[in-house]
Structure formats: structure tokens, C-alpha cells
Design a binder for this molecule. Structure first.
Ligand SMILES: Nc1ncnc2c1ncn2[C@@H]1O[C@H](COP(=O)(O)OP(=O)(O)OP(=O)(O)O)[C@@H](O)[C@H]1O
Ligand SMILES: [Mg+2]
Length: 441
């Protein structure tokens, strides 16, 4: 468990991560550029960072750059130039004296392909990796040597919407294909995470750890198999990230609230439904995951607590005792089963009324589906780095429910108002204002 206890920084060493990070560090010590290529969610980024951790931070500094479709070659050059200094007459090197710089570019295939079939930042990168030189932009167009700099990259293989990267660039790197971690590795990763997290829980919660991991993996493999991606269901992508999300949810458990096996399995069922079930677009698919697959997994792995675990509605959240209007009050916020519709409705009615004191009152009818959605949105907001995309017809309450859920979570809402001709510049201005507001408030 990392010292900052952030889920996103947990890394469980497995055969795969150890093998690939060994390869990477060995090659980097030989001054070779290294590239990992693999589908989304195959732990490329995680492995690179784990390799970096093995390199001495006294010798190396790391510069991480994420390419996006909007990255231009000028952006890229600016980032490099911000991090290098003049060393001798014509050579430039890392700002921190005496250190070597490792330039890590994630998502190398992202930049847009221009009219001439080129990805401009990658063309620049090829020049840089091949010759260790860069031309000055403007001025005398001086050709500068870039010293003490090495290169690492990650890309997704071409196809399925991913761009093809110039093979002449790829040929400069030592390229490794990263495959999806084996079943054993995946099992090891997630059992270890859960075992560590549930250390102080009662014995009956520790016992089903392996069964939970088996059930989650089985759910994951069944979803991959039975819910293929199609043009309409283009977002049916399941990978390690989803498994991680289920576990991140399980890690919200505290021994105060989740202290029996049936509670834990109920929590597991909730997390699986949220992560795998909520994105599905029709009743058939939702029924398949929420009832058929999860239902039969519960019967298979946890038949002794199946009756408790399967009770509907299933609503988990940490707002039962919280009161965002009272700054003084200590806010316990423990993730727990919120009970039935009535309890949640009573709490939410009160919240809605409180919301109306300081904000423009909203006239919402909190029927069961609305409560369900509220709890789902609230759960996403409360998760660290949580982000959600609500898809639905106009007037289905996406905005008002989000406002209320944000209020319940004790956060503030910030909205971008889309106007006619809203451009990238406007978006950047909006972001600037948002950052200013975040810093000053
Ligand atoms: N050994 C591990 N220990 C802990 N978590 C892991 C491990 N391997 C993978 N993960 C989890 O897998 C998820 C995906 O990993 P990562 O972000 O590195 O994928 P990626 O290959 O870089 O994907 P993308 O191409 O989309 O960027 C992460 O959320 C991480 O939590
Ligand atoms: Mg990545």
C-alpha cells in the first residue's frame, strides 16, 4: 500500500511488471530508447513508472509528456525547451545539473495526422531521437545538440481508431509488445490489494477474498465475451481499469460499517453493478450483467449469503450522516448500505430543501429512479479522480441531479456554458478561470 494511500498509486509487482521493467531499465542503462506497445489497460503506464522507480533518482530526472490529438510539434518543442539549459556553446542538457533526463511520452499515437499524412510532433521526435539535435525555432535557426537525454514511449497498436505511427520513428526504438496480464497475474494483483486493505476487518470478511477475486475476474471475462463492441456499443470496452474500479470501491469499506461477510458481498455486488452494469445501453444487456451473470456468480461463490446480497434496491453511499450545510459539524462520511428507498428519499428531500437555501431552489420530484441516479452520481463524485459522463435525453434530470449530488458531496459545481461558436480558445479561457477560482477559494 503506498504511503499516501491513494488507490491510483498502488502497484503490485507481478511476473509481467518485473519482466518488462527489468528490460526497460537494462536497456535504458545501455542508453537505448524503449517503447511499449499494447492495448489500452494492459498496464503500460504503470510498468514504465515502476521501472523509473528502480532507476536512481540521483542520476536521472523524468519528464512525462502526454500526447493528445491536439499536441503540435511546437507544443512538444516548448515542453522540451522548458526543461533544458545551455551547457556549452551549442549543446543543451537537462536543467538539473549532473542528471540525465528521461523523456517519457505516453500515447505516442495520439497526435492528429495532418494533410500530408504526418504526425507533426512525431516527425520532430524522430529527428530528436535519431540525431539528438533540435533546430532553434526562429532566431538563427541554430542546430543544437541535446545531450544526456533518453527516450521512452508508450503507444497503442494501430486500428480500432488508433493512428498508425511512422515506422521510421518506431524503428529507432526497442519495441516491446505488452500483452494483457495473465490470469494468474491479475488474480495476484487484486487478491493482494484486497488482502492488504481488509487486514483489520473481522475474520469472516477476510475469508472470501480469493472467491471475490475469482468472481470479479469471471464477471470481467464474461462481459468481454458476451458484450462485444459494436458501432452502437462502441464504449463497451472492458479492461484492467474496470477491475481496478471495482476494487477501489471495495477499498472504501470501513470495519465500522462493513463487518460481516454478507455486507461485504453486498458491497461487491454494488460495485460490480456500478462499474460493469451502469454503462450498458439497454435492458437486455443490463439484465444480463446485473441479474444473470452477477446473480449466478453470487450463487456459485457466496451461496450462504446470497439472500442478503441480492436484496434490492442496492444503494451505497457515504452521505447518510453528513450535513453539507453545517461547516462545524464533524462529517463522518462512511461508505455504507443506505437501506431502502424511504430512508434515501427522506435524506434527499432534506438535502434538496437545504440546497434551496443558498442556491436557486430546484423543484425535483425524487422518485425511485431519480434517487438511484443521485446515489450513483454521488458515488462517482466522491471517488478520488472520479469522473462520469451522463448520457440521456434532454430533460431527464442529468443537470439537476448532478447539482444536487455535488451539493450532497459537499463540493461546488462549476459549469461551462456552451455558446454558439464556442472554440478551443474559449475553453482554455474557461479552464484558466477555473484554475484561478480553485486556487483562490
Ligand atoms: N501490477 C499492478 N498493480 C496494481 N494495479 C495494476 C497493475 N497492473 C495494472 N494495474 C491497473 O491497471 C490499470 C491500467 O493500467 P495502465 O494505466 O498502466 O494501462 P495502459 O496500458 O497505460 O493503458 P492506456 O493505453 O489506456 O494508457 C490501472 O488502473 C492500474 O490500476
Ligand atoms: Mg497509459
Amino acid at each position: 500500500m503506498p504511503s499516501d494511500r491513494k488507490f491510483s498509486s498502488i502497484l503490485v509487482p507481478t511476473v509481467d511488471t518485473t519482466r518488462y521493467s527489468w528490460l526497460m531499465t537494462t536497456l535504458l542503462l545501455m542508453k537505448r530508447p524503449v517503447m511499449f506497445c499494447g492495448e489500452s489497460g494492459t498496464a503500460k503506464t504503470v510498468t514504465v513508472f515502476s521501472a523509473f522507480r528502480q532507476l536512481s533518482s540521483e542520476t536521472y530526472m523524468f519528464l512525462n509528456v502526454n500526447f493528445s490529438s491536439r499536441t503540435s510539434s511546437k507544443n512538444f518543442q516548448d515542453i522540451i525547451e522548458e526543461n533544458i539549459d545551455k551547457k556549452t556553446l551549442k549543446s543543451y542538457g537537462p536543467k538539473t545539473a549532473g542528471k540525465k533526463m528521461i523523456l517519457f511520452i505516453d500515447d505516442l499515437n495520439m497526435p492528429i495526422i495532418d494533410t500530408y499524412g504526418t504526425q507533426a510532433p512525431n516527425a520532430l521526435l524522430k529527428f530528436l531521437v535519431e540525431r539528438n539535435q533540435l533546430y532553434q525555432r526562429g532566431g538563427d535557426l541554430e542546430l543544437r545538440d541535446i545531450i544526456d537525454t533518453q527516450y521512452v514511449g508508450c503507444i497503442s497498436p494501430p486500428g480500432g481508431g488508433n493512428n498508425r505511427v511512422d515506422p521510421r520513428l518506431m524503428s529507432l526504438y526497442d519495441v516491446f509488445n505488452i500483452t494483457f496480464p495473465s490470469k494468474e497475474s491479475t488474480q495476484k494483483i487484486y487478491s493482494s490489494i484486497l488482502r492488504k486493505a481488509l487486514q483489520e476487518f473481522p475474520e469472516e470478511c477476510m475469508a472470501p477474498i480469493d472467491a471475490i477475486t475469482n468472481a470479479t475476474l469471471s464477471l470481467y471475462y464474461q462481459c468481454c465475451e458476451k458484450l462485444p463492441r459494436t458501432p452502437v456499443k462502441f464504449h463497451y470496452i472492458f479492461n484492467l481499469r474496470d477491475l481496478s474500479r471495482v476494487y477501489e470501491g471495495l477499498l472504501q469499506a470501513t470495519p465500522d460499517k462493513i463487518n460481516t461477510k454478507s455486507m461485504l458481498i453486498r458491497l461487491w455486488r454494488n460495485e460490480c453493478m456500478r462499474v460493469f452494469g451502469d454503462r450498458l445501453i439497454n435492458e437486455t444487456d443490463r439484465g444480463l450483467v446485473n441479474n444473470d451473470i452477477i446473480g449466478s456468480l453470487i450463487k456459485q461463490f457466496f451461496s450462504d449469503v446470497a439472500d442478503d446480497a441480492n436484496v434490492n434496491p442496492i444503494l451505497f453511499g457515504d452521505y447518510a450522516l453528513s450535513d453539507p450545510t453545517d461547516d462545524e459539524k464533524e462529517d463522518p462520511r462512511l461508505y455504507e448500505d443506505l437501506g431502502g428507498w424511504e430512508q434515501v428519499a427522506t435524506k434527499m428531500e432534506k438535502m434538496l430543501e437545504d440546497y434551496g437555501f443558498d442556491n436557486k431552489p430546484m423543484n425535483l420530484v425524487l422518485f425511485n429512479d431519480a434517487l438511484d441516479h443521485l446515489t450513483k452520481i454521488h458515488r462517482i463524485i466522491r471517488f478520488p479522480r472520479g469522473c462520469g459522463l451522463l448520457v440521456g435525453f434532454g430533460g431527464s434530470g442529468k443537470q439537476s441531479l448532478t447539482k444536487l449530488a455535488t451539493f450532497v458531496a459537499g463540493y461546488q459545481t462549476w459549469t461551462i456554458n456552451l455558446i454558439r461558436n464556442y472554440k478551443e480558445e474559449d475553453f482554455k479561457m474557461d479552464l484558466q478561470n477555473l484554475y484561478k477560482e480553485v486556487v483562490t477559494s
